[in-house]
Design a protein around this ligand. Structure first.
Ligand code: B12
Ligand code: SF4
Length: 458
């Protein structure tokens, strides 16, 4: 048995950060508890004073694990969180030295996984984990001394407990997060890599293969009942795409209907294909809050360059099915991707104006380029250089085109404000040329090829 603190860095107060229930860290904690280790989860929403007083640092931990969920909020107008993590870890290490304690420091989490090689050294971890953390963390805790100052990241692997044990969260922690307006908790139904290959998406890398596990329905039911009993009324299934395997998705939706938990609504990321009538009918009966689809563009050429395996006809059909069954939909569009020009912006907006209903559009400008993605390879930017918020190059007139074309009904004051904030931030960003060795230039005709803000380097 070892004593382990698990620190939720995603709950640090940082500009642009809105903490959500830490399900990833809870998965790791649950695995360690089941193996007989003594753990404590430190969450700064639950205990705000722990950020400044660092009283927990003085306890005799054998290891401290830190989760990093987000690197930055992937929006042009928002700053990076990395400086905050760096400053906080600096204080933690100084406090540990002050107390004469030297637990093993371990990093993990989806944001960490993306930039593991850069963050390991910057944050002073002994060892880091890329991808699923349970099994590797158990291995590490079997022989912590072997990992001291290892200076390496280890790739996560399948954890059998995902298939055999419901993940039940402590009621107290759920209650803390249930006080947020519209509190929503994540729930994993599957551990399976997405089969699609969108050029901007790092999910396959973050999630690893993970054995393709589909959680048994009785475990999902147990988790849903416990969430409901804690007072949380909104669930988000965390799959990259909820309905990529339609048969299993139908079973999960059927389960929600069968459980019929009063007031419980749910949502997830959906793909318009596969999405048949039977599925729409099941969704309608299941209290789905909305079906979120991410065509990201509504111009077929740009959709193709983004790597989408469906086109606007599939979006049409999916929306028709939702309408027919009275299911609310949300359509994510991100302007400024590969091949985006005046014409493609016009095409997307023409689709929005003519086919979307009020409130259905969720709009952003600028693709955050992340490591291990097709987009990063196209631009030829090394992973390490992407740590500062870096966006795919887009035409500076994009904002004006959107404002000119989009119906006012899709531009409530808040959306306009966000657009203006993004425009003014994009003007402050550094434009860096594509590296000379880039063999695969981005499919764009614009002369500037990368936008990035510099992180003050330590
Ligand atoms: C579902 C999801 C959402 C849902 C969350 C719903 C909810 N209530 O939980 C919604 C839609 C709300 C959402 C919002 C956002 N998200 Co999101 N989201 C995801 C997604 C698809 C799955 C995350 C998840 O919960 N997985 C299941 C859990 C169990 O896995 P996990 O957290 O990864 O934990 C495992 C490992 O990481 C590891 N681990 C975790 N902690 C630790 C600690 C230690 C010590 C160790 C060893 C291991 C370890 O072990 C865990 C178990 O195996 C990921 C992409 C992905 N495929 O991972 C993006 C992702 C995490 N999101 C991301 C971002 C940026 C955001 C937003 C900022 C976007 C925005 N601008 O609104 C917001 C921020 C939300 C917030 N307040 O923090 C990024 C984060 C990285 C980055 N680019 O900075 C990701 C990776 C997607 C991306 N585009 O890159 N998101
Ligand atoms: S469909 Fe979604 S999860 Fe799959 S590659 Fe594309 S963006 Fe990523």
């Amino acid at each position: 048995m070892v004593r382990v603190a698990l620190v939720n860095l995603a709950s640090l107060p940082m500009p642009g950060n809105e903490p959500i229930f830490p399900i990833g860290l809870r998965c790791v904690q649950d695995a360690l508890d089941s193996a007989g280790h003594q753990t404590r989860l430190i969450d700064f929403v639950e205990d705000p004073s722990a950020v400044d007083d660092l009283s927990w640092v003085a306890e005799p931990w054998d290891a401290i694990g830190f989760t990093i969920r987000n690197i930055d909020p992937i929006e042009i107008s928002c700053d990076s969180h990395v400086e905050h993590y760096e400053r906080f870890l600096g204080r933690v290490r100084a406090a540990l030295d002050g107390h004469g304690r030297h637990p093993l420091l371990v990093g993990g989490g989806p944001g960490y996984s993306l930039f593991a090689d850069q963050l390991l050294a910057r944050l002073g971890f002994d060892v880091g984990v890329i991808g699923p953390g349970e099994q590797v963390m158990l291995d590490i805790l079997d022989a912590p001394e072997q990992y001291r100052r290892l200076g390496k990241n280890i790739t996560g692997r399948r954890y059998g407990g995902f298939m055999t044990k419901a993940l039940r969260h402590p009621k107290s922690l759920m209650e803390v997060y249930s006080h947020f307006e519209g509190a929503m908790i994540g729930l994993e139904t599957r551990r399976k890599t997405c089969y699609q290959g969108c050029v901007y998406c790092p999910y396959a890398y973050i999630n690893g293969d993970n054995g393709g596990d589909l959680k048994p329905l009785e475990l999902i039911a147990e988790e849903l009942r416990a969430i409901h009993a804690s007072g949380i009324r909104r669930v988000f299934f965390t799959d990259g795409i909820f309905n990529s395997e339609l048969r299993y998705a139908k079973e999960v939706v059927g389960l929600l209907t069968e459980l019929n938990l009063p007031g419980l609504t749910w949502s997830a990321y959906f793909t318009p294909k596969p999405f048949d009538d039977e599925f729409a009918e099941l969704l309608a009966g299941s209290k789905v809050e909305f079906v979120v689809i991410s065509p990201d563009s509504l111009d077929d050429h740009v959709m193709k360059l983004l790597g989408k395996t469906f086109d606007t006809r599939h979006v049409d059909r999916c929306l028709e099915r939702c309408r027919r069954h009275g299911i609310p939909a949300r359509v994510n569009i991100v302007f400024g991707g590969p091949g985006e020009d005046r014409e493609s912006v016009r095409n997307s907006i023409q689709y929005v104006n003519s086919k979307l209903e009020d409130g259905e559009l969720v709009m952003h400008v600028g693709y955050r380029v992340l490591p291990q993605t097709g987009m990063a390879r196209q631009l030829g930017i090394p992973d390490g250089d992407l740590l500062a918020p870096t966006f795919y190059p887009f035409h500076s007139e994009t904002f004006s085109w959107i404002i000119q074309d989009l119906d006012n009904r899709f531009m409530p004051p808040e959306a306009l404000f966000n657009l203006m904030a993004a425009r003014s931030s994009s003007k402050r960003m550094a434009k860096v040329p594509l590296p000379a060795h880039s063999h695969q230039p981005a499919p764009t005709e614009f002369s500037y090829l990368a936008l990035s803000r510099q992180l003050p380097l330590a």
